[in-house]
Structure formats: structure tokens, C-alpha cells
Design a protein around this ligand. Structure first.
Ligand code: ADP
Ligand code: MG
Length: 263
């Protein structure tokens, strides 16, 4: 057993667990400052199990900081963040294990350049989840197959296209058997022809029931996969709605103005 993480179904989606319908991610009244700059202003957000939430909004609005806070890559100044009922500790061994419950995929792929794709995917499970190497490699190959790059397993990141590298980064996150996946503009550094291969993998994950928080301006993805769109600007959640309502019927001038610029 790999210990710690949730059971995954054969398809890799999370299995129903004992916690039932309690929200998986709860963010309550969090505030975050960078010096004098108030970057997250009393943010509250709930993400249910299996739900896909898209966060959208102008640059500098605090979207990345919110994602990084949920994963404790950024400390918050006050408020509460719980994942599956547990508040993440500020530091220590528990943090590494609990952080592994929250997968994160960034705009830049963040793969280890001097390790093969397979090694990139097995590293976390072996080090943090204490999985035996043969088992970690078997699971990694299944995940690489699932994201369509099993044939690239022995290559180094620089030998792959951007889209393939981002799919490898997704496989690497999934290998930790996270309870929730955070994606921070996962396609914005990609050449246009590679955007869909990454969005397709994400759409598949959503269909299989993965809980996801996705910062993206890809409206097609939001309409296809998301249950909720959160519009964030100036450190605040300005509007929260279904994708259909948000994209056709935004309530606030701020959101309307933003949409008029990206649509
Ligand atoms: P978004 O992802 O929506 O573009 P960010 O969360 O990256 O927004 O940034 C929110 C605000 O916080 C911006 O004004 C940005 O300049 C500032 N900021 C982000 N990271 C840091 C940091 N490490 N130090 C100081 N200011 C930061
Ligand atoms: Mg950002």
C-alpha cells in the first residue's frame, strides 16, 4: 500500500470516501499581505468533492496567491484553510504529507531537468509517500499512458514539447494521489496548438470526478468542465456563478468589463 493518499479507482479518479459530502476544500475569511499590499481580502471559498471550480480574473488579482496559499506555498496572515477537514500545519513533516494531498500544476512545467520523465513522476511517491520503486514505476507508467506520453518515459524534459511536458507535470502530480488538483494557468505558456492536448487531459480528469481548482481564461474548458466560475479582482471574489450564467450574464460591471476584453 502506498499509504496516506486516498484510494484511486482504476481510472485514477478519487473513490467515494467516508467523509461523505462534507466540502473537500474550505477557505474561510483569509487575508494575505505582501508588505503593505493587501493581496487576498477576506476570501472565502468552498469546493465540494468532485467539483471543478474555475478562477478567472485580471492579472494581479490574487489568483496565484490564493492557489499557493491553499497549498501552503504562501503563508496567510489570518483565516482558515482546510483540506478534507484538516487544517494544513505551517511546517514540519506533517506539512509535506498533507501538501501532497493538494496537487499543483503551474504555468511553467517545473520538471526536474536532469531527471527522466519517469523519474520525475516517481520521485514524490518514493520520497514522500514511501512507495517501493517497482510499484511507483508501474503506477507512473499507467499515469503517463493516461496522459498520452508513455513512450516518452525515458526522455528528459528538454526533449519533450511544451504540451508533453505539461502532461508529464500533471502525471507527476497525480502520482501523489492528491485529493484535489490546483492548476494555475496551465496552458498560458504553451504554443496554441498544444493547448488542447493539455485541456483534454484536464477535462478527462474532471469527468472522472477529480476535485479541481483551475485558474484559466479558457472559456471552452470552463463551460465543458466547471460547475462554478469564481471571478477574482483586486484580491476579492467579485462574483461566483455557473459558467453559463457567468459568461452570458455577468452581474457586475467589473466582470463584464473583463469579459469584454478577453472574449
Ligand atoms: P494573479 O495570479 O491574479 O495575476 P498574483 O496572486 O500573482 O495575481 O498577484 C497578486 C498581487 O500580489 C500582485 O499585485 C502581485 O504583484 C503581488 N505579489 C505576488 N507575489 C508577490 C510576492 N512574492 N511579493 C510581493 N508581491 C507579490
Ligand atoms: Mg497568476
Amino acid at each position: 500500500d502506498s499509504g496516506g493518499g486516498p484510494e484511486l479507482t482504476k481510472e485514477g479518479g478519487p473513490r467515494e470516501n467516508s467523509a461523505g459530502d462534507a466540502p473537500l476544500v474550505v477557505v474561510e475569511h483569509i487575508n494575505k499581505y505582501f508588505g503593505d499590499l493587501h493581496v487576498l481580502k477576506d476570501i472565502s471559498l468552498t469546493v465540494n468533492r468532485g467539483e471543478v471550480v474555475v478562477i478567472i480574473g485580471p492579472s494581479g488579482g490574487g489568483k496565484s496567491t490564493l492557489c499557493r496559499s491553499i497549498n501552503r506555498l504562501e503563508p496567510i496572515d489570518n483565516g482558515v484553510i482546510k483540506v478534507d477537514g484538516a487544517e494544513l500545519p505551517k511546517e514540519g513533516r506533517e506539512l509535506a504529507r498533507l501538501r501532497a494531498d493538494v496537487g499543483m500544476v503551474f504555468q511553467s512545467f517545473n520538471l526536474f531537468a536532469h531527471k527522466t520523465i519517469l523519474e520525475n513522476v516517481t520521485l514524490g511517491p518514493i520520497k514522500v509517500r514511501k512507495v517501493a520503486k517497482p510499484e511507483a514505476e508501474k503506477h507512473a507508467m499507467e499515469l503517463l499512458d493516461r496522459v498520452g506520453i508513455a513512450s516518452q518515459a525515458q526522455k528528459y524534459p528538454a526533449q519533450l514539447s511544451g504540451g508533453q511536458q505539461q502532461r508529464a507535470a500533471i502525471a507527476r502530480s497525480l502520482a501523489m494521489k492528491p485529493k484535489v488538483m490546483l492548476f494555475d494557468e496551465p496552458t498560458s505558456a504553451l504554443d496554441p496548438e498544444m493547448v488542447n492536448e493539455v485541456l483534454d487531459v484536464m477535462t478527462g480528469l474532471a469527468r472522472e470526478g477529480m476535485t479541481m481548482i483551475v485558474v484559466t481564461h479558457e472559456m471552452g474548458f470552463a463551460r465543458r468542465a466547471a460547475q462554478k466560475v469564481v471571478f477574482m479582482a483586486d484580491g476579492q471574489i467579485v462574483e461566483e456563478n455557473t459558467p453559463d450564467e457567468f459568461f452570458t450574464n455577468a452581474r457586475t460591471d467589473r466582470a463584464k468589463d473583463f469579459l469584454s476584453k478577453i472574449l
